[in-house]
Design a protein around this ligand. Sequence first.
Ligand SMILES: NC(=O)c1ccc[n+]([C@@H]2O[C@H](COP(=O)([O-])OP(=O)(O)OC[C@H]3O[C@@H](n4cnc5c(N)ncnc54)[C@H](OP(=O)(O)O)[C@@H]3O)[C@@H](O)[C@H]2O)c1
Length: 398
Amino acid sequence: MSKVIIIGAGGVGNVVAHKCAQSPTIFNEIVLASRTLKKCEAIAQTVKEKTGQVIRTTQIDADDVQATTDLLKKEKPELLINVALPYQDLTLMDACLNAGVHYLDTANYEPPEEAKFEYKWQWAYQERFEQAGLTALLGSGFDPGVTNVFCAYAQKHLFDHIETIDILDANAGDHGYPFATNFNPEINIREITQNGRYWENDQWIEVEPMSVHQKYDFPVVGKQDAYLLYHEELESLSKNIPNLKRIRFWMTFSEKYLTHLRVLENVGMTSIQPIEIHGQSIQPIEFLKKVLPDPASLGERTKGKTCIGCDITGIKDGQKKRSFIYNVCDHQSCYKEVLSQAISYTTGVPARIGAEMIVSDQWKTPGVWNMEQMDPDPFMAALNQYGLPWKIIDLPLN
Ligand SMILES: NC(=O)c1ccc[n+]([C@@H]2O[C@H](COP(=O)([O-])OP(=O)(O)OC[C@H]3O[C@@H](n4cnc5c(N)ncnc54)[C@H](OP(=O)(O)O)[C@@H]3O)[C@@H](O)[C@H]2O)c1
């Protein structure tokens, strides 16, 4: 039985709190801390109503290393689950090292002043975590997260060697708004307005944002327009899957979504360059976030399903083969269970499972790790048990 502290009371924090509270024999004490106390209290209230478990709440500014270290020293959790924003990753890793607490997150570090996410800043903590005897598990959401574990599972059980990986993320849900993002708008828009990038024959190839697209026929949700994006798991998987020839990431968007995004970009609303208004310096994208629907409020309205998976080709027993490993998640079922849409659910459940992997010692290994570096089997079993069942189908070779 372990005590955990969850940092971040947004859409994902809500799911992690509910899912941990559903397993009191594993997570016997839960503290939820975030910048806005009343958001923690609202989550604690629904957790109590849904599971009967009491979780404690407290206010914290996770940018403040000293304050977070003090909180961790006072609470003495075994593990910190970081579901605040990518900007807080390094300060929270520092606080964990100061207080001797294991660390887990769902998104890699991104400097607030530059729309650029990379693992180099977090990988630089490898020695410090190793020497402290602490585990840091990076990217334990769905993508990154489950997609990395799907690749590790394919490597272990389905192929003698993998040649290509296409990660495909489809959200065929509809929330009824003309435009809203399914998770933090600032992080989401920063991600998709960057150049696309993929890895082939040992080099990165860069393309204009949203300039490469395909119609992909997903199980259950059918044919969807999928656009090539750069996504953070490409960086670690291209290093950790041996002999890989190519890896790409695709996400589906509707024409309506892309049209809104184009207009917002053209008028400067997605910019992170600060502007002055009434003596205040703000990034236009921060303002946009304030006027868009809160992703945490989309749950009740969102209908339909997501399908996220890995389309993998490679060699097995001398034969070329192609398999798709995937999960389908229903927005309304998630809402019924934890008052959330499927995007937060598919991130929060793997964070809860990653937490169990660490506190149960199955993945407790000092150092800083990406998900595919761990044994996929216990994680894959837990996905079926905790709400994200997966399937494998064989596909015809292209
Ligand atoms: N791997 C995946 O599959 C995946 C998918 C989706 C999202 N994610 C990641 O999951 C994380 C959470 O996403 P979300 O949609 O839940 O975002 P969100 O709804 O915006 O929630 C973020 C929470 O973090 C809190 N926070 C921000 N800065 C803080 C600070 N300095 N100190 C303390 N708390 C702070 C926010 O507080 P306020 O309420 O006061 O603003 C908010 O409650 C993000 O890092 C996102 O990139 C990963």
